[in-house]
Ligand binder design. Structure first.
Ligand code: MN3
Length: 387
C-alpha cells in the first residue's frame, strides 16, 4: 500500500458501476489503490480485474467458481475467498479507506452494515440498502461516524448542491427522471412491451435489474426513498420531474425559493469520482457538456397512471416500517420474472400492489425483521407467480 493513496474496496466490481469505478481508479492511479474486489458470478472478469489492479483480496460470492479464481491468480500475492459471508467480512477490513457498495439489490445490506461499523467512508451505489433499511443505516452511520457519500447520480447531484449550505434548511429536493425507454408509450402500448425493449435505456448504460427498474420507474421510486434517508427530508419535500435529456441530474430548493441544480453529460464516472475525493474536485478528461449540441432542456410531470410503481414507492415511504422492504423484495422477484419473459411489463405493478397488501406489516422493524420480511415476501411473490 503506497503512502498517501486512498485504498478502495469495490463490492460488485464486475457490474456496471464497479467496472466504471475501476476506469476512474485507472485514470487516477496516483490517488487510488484497490484493496479488495468482490463479484457474484463473473469469475473471468474478476480474474482479469485482479490481474490488472493487484488488490490484496479477491472474493467470488458463488463458491462454485472458487477453484477457478484461486488457480488463475495463484502466481500473484493476493488472498482469494469465496461466499457471501467473506464479502461482508472484507467490507469491514481495516486496511481500506473507502468502500464502494456497487452490488445489486438486497444483497448489499449486510456488507454495507459491516463497512459502516468499521467506520469506512461509504461510496453508496447500492440504493436497495437505504430502501430496505434506511433508518437502521442512518442510525449506524451516525453511531460509527461513517460518512455515506451517494454515488447514484441524482443523490450525488443533491449532495453537490448542498455543499456549502450547512445550516440552510432544504425546502424540497427535486429528483430528475429521464422517463426511460417507455416515457411516450400509452398504457395500451405498455401492455405488450418486451424485456428486450425495456433493456434499451436512452441515456444511461446500466445493469439489467436497474434498467428494468428505470423503465418501470421503480428506480425513481427507490431514489425517492433513498433521498428521504440521505437528506432527512419528508415525503412531501421530495418531488420528481421528468427531464428526458438527463443533463440536470437533480436539484435542491431552499427556503428563499432559490433552486440549485447540478448539470453535466450523463456519466456515472463523475459521481463515482466525487464520492472518492469529496470535498475535493479533481481534474478529469470526462466529456464536457456542449450547449451547441443540446439547445433544449425540457420538463414534464411523471404519469402515475402509466407508471404506478412511483406511486407505490411514495405509499411505502409514507407507511414506513418494513413496507419499503416489502416493496423491494416483491420488485426483485417480479423484475427477474419479467427478464425471463414469465410475466408482462404491467403485471409487475399489479403483483407488487397485491403483495404490499398481503405481506405482514411491521411498524418498527429490527434488523432481524428486515431479514425475515425479505425472505417471506420473496416466497410469497414466487408463490403468486407459481415460480
Ligand atoms: Mn439514479
Amino acid at each position: 500500500m503506497n503512502e498517501g493513496k486512498q485504498s478502495i474496496t469495490i463490492l460488485g466490481s464486475t457490474g456496471s458501476i464497479g467496472t466504471q469505478a475501476l476506469e476512474v481508479i485507472a485514470q487516477h492511479s496516483t490517488r487510488f489503490d484497490v484493496y479488495a474486489l468482490t463479484a457474484n458470478n463473473q469469475a473471468d472478469l474478476l480474474i482479469e480485474q485482479a490481474r490488472r489492479f493487484h488488490p490484496e483480496i479477491v472474493v467470488i460470492a458463488n463458491e462454485l467458481h472458487y477453484e477457478k479464481v484461486k488457480t488463475a491468480l495463484a502466481d500473484l500475492p493476493m488472498k482469494v475467498f469465496a461466499g457471501t459471508e467473506a464479502i461482508a467480512q472484507v467490507a469491514g477490513m481495516a486496511e481500506a479507506d473507502i468502500v464502494l457498495t456497487a452490488m445489486v439489490g438486497y444483497a448489499g445490506l449486510k456488507p454495507t452494515i459491516q463497512a459502516i461499523q468499521a467506520g469506512k467512508r461509504i461510496a453508496l451505489a447500492n440504493k436497495e440498502t437505504l430502501v430496505v433499511a434506511g433508518d437502521l443505516i442512518g442510525k449506524l452511520a451516525a453511531q460509527y461516524k461513517a460518512a455515506i457519500i451517494p454515488v447514484d447520480s441524482e443523490h450525488s447531484a443533491i449532495f453537490q448542491c448542498l455543499a456549502g449550505e450547512s445550516g440552510n434548511a432544504i425546502e424540497k429536493v427535486i429528483l430528475t427522471a429521464s422517463g426511460g425507454p417507455f416515457r411516450t408509450k400509452s398504457l395500451d402500448e405498455l401492455k405488450n412491451v418486451t424485456s428486450a425493449q425495456a433493456l434499451k435505456h436512452p441515456n444511461w448504460t446500466m445493469g439489467a435489474k436497474i434498467t428494468i427498474d428505470s423503465a418501470s420507474m421503480m428506480n425513481k421510486g427507490f431514489e425517492v426513498i433513498e433521498a428521504q434517508w440521505l437528506f432527512g427530508v419528508s415525503p412531501e419535500q421530495i418531488e420528481v420531474v421528468v427531464h428526458p435529456q438527463s443533463i440536470i441530474h437533480s436539484m435542491v430548493q431552499f427556503a428563499d425559493g432559490a433552486i440549485k441544480a447540478q448539470m453535466g453529460v450523463p456519466d456515472m464516472k463523475l459521481p463515482i469520482l466525487y464520492a472518492f475525493t469529496y470535498p475535493d474536485r479533481v481534474e478529469t478528461k470526462f466529456k464536457r457538456f456542449d450547449f451547441n449540441s443540446c439547445t433544449q432542456l425540457t420538463f414534464e410531470q411523471p404519469d402515475l397512471n402509466r407508471f404506478r410503481n412511483l406511486g407505490f414507492a411514495y405509499q411505502a415511504m409514507r407507511q414506513g416500517g418494513n413496507m419499503p422492504c416489502i416493496l423491494n423484495a416483491a420488485n426483485e422477484i417480479v423484475v427477474s420474472a419479467f427478464l425471463q419473459d414469465k410475466i408482462r411489463f404491467l403485471e409487475m405493478s399489479d403483483i407488487i400492489e397485491d403483495i404490499m397488501q398481503q405481506a405482514h406489516f411491521i411498524p418498527h422493524p429490527t434488523y432481524e425483521d428486515y431479514i425475515e420480511t425479505d425472505r417471506q415476501v420473496r416466497e410469497l411473490t414466487r408463490r403468486k407467480l407459481s415460480l
